[in-house]
Ligand binder design. Structure first.
Ligand code: MG
Ligand code: MG
Length: 274
């Protein structure tokens, strides 16, 4: 999984540039969270996102990405869609959940984050799925230590989910290194043994993104060649943050407060400059 590909290490100045990109992403997601409501289409959310990203001097990184080129500025994945959903004419309905993934580039540096948002009132087990998934993301972020290893993160994610109940953890997609590109070495899986993979050192920047489902973790790709769905139709949640490790600790670049509150509550060192 890790091969011998090099991990791009960032200078403090470069991490600050990534913070600028991360804040654009984090603020865009908060805007979209407030816009989610019954009757809203996923294309309307995408339009809001692109306008917001561009008005802050940033470029949407998803637009035109890969092959076939992704046609939008956010991924909008509803209910049994796990990730990579294409925004369109679908209207959100009361009781749905939507995962919104967003990426932006500032001065050549990337930020990448995702949230899952309930549409009005959702079933209690879905509310719990969202809570468990977001909590596992923070468990992963809080496991980062100078001198640790990349798989410490996924081990903490998995431990957190397993302690919460009988959920599926998607294995077909992982977190990733990030910096001058959105997806870089190394992969950051959401499961497995700790103590393996590249060292966590100041200057490393990774996106952590657990995908958790109510049923079985097996996924497939829809005919649009992008949308990832659960094979058993069970509903999914997806949360993501981009962080950098600094000499002081973890700086969650896509969290508006840099992750200070959640990391401190979990007893992890906060490494932000703001
Ligand atoms: Mg993402
Ligand atoms: Mg990502």
């Amino acid at each position: 999984m890790f091969g011998d590909r090099r991990v791009e290490m960032k200078s403090p100045e470069q991490v600050r540039k990534m913070r600028a990109a991360g804040l654009v992403v984090g603020r865009t997601l908060e805007l979209l969270r407030g816009a989610v409501a019954p009757g809203v289409t996923t294309a309307e959310l995408d339009r809001l996102a692109e306008e917001h990203i561009r008005s802050h001097g940033a470029v949407p990184s998803f637009l035109g990405y890969s092959e076939p080129p992704f046609p939008a500025s956010i991924c909008a994945s509803v209910n049994e869609e796990v990730v990579h959903g294409i925004p369109g004419a679908r209207r959100l309905e009361e009781g749905d959940v939507i995962s919104i993934d967003c990426g932006a580039i500032v001065d050549g540096w990337h930020g990448d984050a995702a949230i899952t948002v309930p549409v009005g009132e959702v079933r209690a087990e879905v509310t719990e799925l969202l809570r468990v998934t977001e909590e596992s993301l923070w468990a992963g972020l809080a496991a980062v230590r100078n001198g640790g290893r990349v798989t410490d993160i996924g081990h903490a994610v998995e431990t957190s989910v397993r302690a919460a109940g009988d959920y599926g953890i998607v294995e077909d997609y992982t977190g990733h290194g990030i910096g001058t590109s959105m997806h870089m070495s190394p992969d950051v899986p959401n499961y497995g043994r700790p103590g393996r993979g590249p060292r966590l050192r100041p200057g490393i920047a990774l996106a952590v993104e657990p995908m958790v489902v109510l049923g079985d973790q097996e996924t497939g790709v829809a005919e649009d060649e992008w949308t990832v769905v659960t094979l058993d139709g069970s509903w999914a949640a997806h949360y993501e943050h981009t962080f950098a490790l600094t000499p002081d600790g973890v700086w969650v670049l896509t969290a508006l407060d840099g992750g200070r509150e959640r990391l401190t509550a979990l007893g992890a060192p906060y490494g932000g400059e703001d």
